[in-house]
Design a protein around this ligand. Sequence first.
Ligand code: ZN
Length: 48
Amino acid sequence: MVTAVYVCSICQFAYKTKSLAQQCEQFCKKYHSCNIEITRKSVGEVKV
Ligand SMILES: [Zn+2]
């Protein structure tokens, strides 16, 4: 079974929904840091 996750291309945090990943990306782009309110909803960092 494949579980799809959406990853912020900037901080590499993974999210269950595309909208959360997009929120994270926008915040990362704007502030060059992560929003704890968003990253707490992350399902984890993607191990490359
Ligand atoms: Zn991010």
